[in-house]
Design a protein. Structure first.
Ligand SMILES: [Zn+2]
Length: 243
């Protein structure tokens, strides 16, 4: 759905990789996110999807049965979702146009990142109906998030579930397997979430921010550098994950 692989296909490819002798397999089960966006995170359709994907994870675990002692199985989410109750989106773009300042707005569901000169004085954002809060990410970038039930978009987008607000930063993590490193992995993953560095347009200094989700759309490149961080870059925003 929406260009992502079906969870059934992901499961088959994962099981094939294990059977083929792979030592590290990373798989993304995307359908729970997509179905929750379309029908809402608490909808019967989404609940059925969560159960279906849970069974696929079970199939992957089953495929490890013969060599359980060699494997660590980590299942993690990247965010939760919240229901949209007001289908009229929050329009930061129209309010920004009246300011006549250069900059950019990246709508990301229940949050938006505003960069450039229009983020110099962000007080206008909290006057836009539906904006619950703002937080400065860097000298020239500001995160704005929506009140519960609302979302950001320049035009009507038919969604019933969104993520991006601090409320959706909740994570789930399950660590299993018989590998001797499993306990250490579980202890590490239980520590606080990785920090995120967000750099707005024209802003070379990064700011630490504890929101690890939802700020990136279609990363252009991903480079693991000598400082051990993963750097993702888009034309307007750079984000650096540091564990
Ligand atoms: Zn999503």
């Amino acid at each position: 759905m929406l260009g992502y692989a079906k969870d059934r296909e992901t499961t088959a490819a994962t099981v094939r990789a294990v059977a083929g002798g792979a030592e590290l397999v990373i798989a993304q089960f995307n359908e729970p996110d997509t179905v929750a966006h379309v029908f809402g995170p608490d909808s019967p359709e989404a609940l059925r999807r969560y159960g279906g994907t849970d069974r696929y994870v079970g199939e992957v675990a089953e495929s490890l049965r013969g060599e359980w002692g060699d494997w660590a199985l980590l299942v993690v989410s990247d965010h939760s979702q919240e229901s949209v109750t007001d289908t009229v989106p929050i329009d930061l773009h129209s309010a920004a146009a009246e300011l006549r300042r250069e900059g950019s707005i990246v709508d990301e569901g229940a949050a938006a990142v505003v960069g450039g000169a229009m983020a110099d004085d962000p007080s206008w954002m909290v006057r836009v109906a539906g904006v619950e809060g703002i937080e400065r990410l860097g000298d020239r970038s500001v995160l704005a998030w929506a009140a519960p039930g609302r979302y950001f978009a320049a035009g009507q987008v038919p969604v019933r579930g969104v993520h991006g607000s601090p409320r959706t930063a909740i994570q789930v993590a399950v660590v299993a397997g018989g590998h001797p490193g499993v306990e250490e992995l579980a202890a590490r993953i239980a520590r606080p979430a990785p920090a995120v560095h967000v750099v707005g347009p024209g802003d070379c200094r990064s700011a630490r921010h504890p929101l690890p989700t939802g700020l990136i759309d279609r990363p252009r490149q991903s480079v693991l550098t000598s400082d051990g961080c993963c750097h993702l870059e888009t034309p307007c925003i750079g984000v650096k994950f540091c564990v």
